[in-house]
Design a protein around this ligand. Structure first.
Ligand code: CP
Length: 313
């Protein structure tokens, strides 16, 4: 068996889906599935990564930690309330000090849109990092969540093989969802037909490459995949009519077509966006497949960013 690991092309950071080439996206997905199917991962022994999570997380945080551990890297947690950010230290200065201390990568989750990109752009304005430090976006505001879109792509490739022409419907709070936006950016580049089914208060018609529908029945017509979203309460200022939403948009064991796959990025709010009978059925298992693929996808991303181009494994 040829165990040569070819990490090509090599990325420096992971900012958003837009900054990835189509071949980088495909390479990450192929590598994630190779590792899942038993290929030996690269060793990242000696690499030091710091997790800076300014927003809560279960799946992204622990799957990054799991991925780093499986690759042999060392993981540290940045505790904001115990850090000098709480004394007013600037984010770029904080990161630069972490680079000076010796970190190779910083994995960031933040509610502050543009923070990741702005930090990197500061380098162009002459504020150099002490040493190279890779910056990985683990979810940014309501704008982008690139590793979630990549793991969803891996899951679709695993289930369907070829996703060209697939019909995928995103249902629910699309306006406030970074998952929806990153998925639309990624999947529209692979010729997936994307419908968005949402009430007016969850729409964002500035999003390109999708067809909007205002009811669940039209959304589910011919759908191969229903990707349902949580209502992002933490990002909503206005009053939401939950009962109206549940009545008109909740996915159930009765309204989801038999051949349609159910996906959800998590966390799920049971009996809001999907009912428990559906979540507890065989259909609910794909959601855990997504969480499981998150580890392999993040291993592939970390290999690509922190690994050496080599065939030594
Ligand atoms: N899908 C996702 O980002 O989940 P967490 O918020 O738990 O990381």
């Amino acid at each position: 068996m040829d165990l040569a690991v070819k990490i090509e092309p090599k990325m420096k950071n992971l900012i958003d889906i837009k900054s990835l080439t189509t071949s980088e996206i495909s390479a990450i997905a192929e590598r994630a599935l190779e590792i899942k199917n038993g290929a030996k991962p690269l060793s990242l022994e000696g690499k030091q990564a710091v997790m800076m999570f300014f927003e809560n997380s279960t799946r992204t945080k622990f799957s990054f930690e799991m991925a780093l551990n499986r690759l042999g890297a060392t993981v540290y947690n940045f505790e904001t309330s115990k850090s000098s950010i709480s004394k007013g230290e600037d984010f770029f200065d904080t990161l630069n000090n972490l680079a000076a201390i010796g970190f190779d990568a910083c994995i960031i989750r933040t509610s502050q849109e543009g923070l990741v990109k702005d930090t990197l752009e500061k380098q162009l304005m002459g504020r150099k990092f002490f040493k190279d430090i890779a910056i990985i976006n683990a979810g940014e505001g309501q704008k982008s969540h690139p590793t979630q879109a990549l793991l969803d792509f891996v899951t679709l490739r695993e289930i369907f093989g070829n996703i060209d022409g697939l019909n995928l419907t995103i249902i629910g709070d699309i306006r406030h969802s970074r998952v929806a936006k990153s998925n639309i950016e990624l999947l529209s580049r692979f010729n997936v037909n994307i419908k968005c089914a949402a009430p007016s208060y969850f729409r964002d018609e500035s999003i390109e490459n999708v067809q909007w529908v205002d009811n669940l029945a039209d959304g589910l017509e011919n759908a191969d995949v229903a990707m349902v979203l949580r209502i992002q309460k933490e990002r909503i200022q206005e009053k939401i009519e939950f009962e109206d939403y549940i009545k008109n948009y909740q996915l159930t064991d009765e309204n989801l077509p038999t051949d349609c796959i159910l996906m959800h990025p998590g966390p799920v709010n049971r009996d809001v966006e999907a009912n428990s009978a559906l979540l507890n059925s065989k259909k609910g298992e794909t959601i855990l497949k997504q969480a499981n693929n998150g580890v392999y996808t993040r291993m592939a991303v970390l290999e690509m960013i922190l690994g050496e181009n080599s065939d030594k494994n």
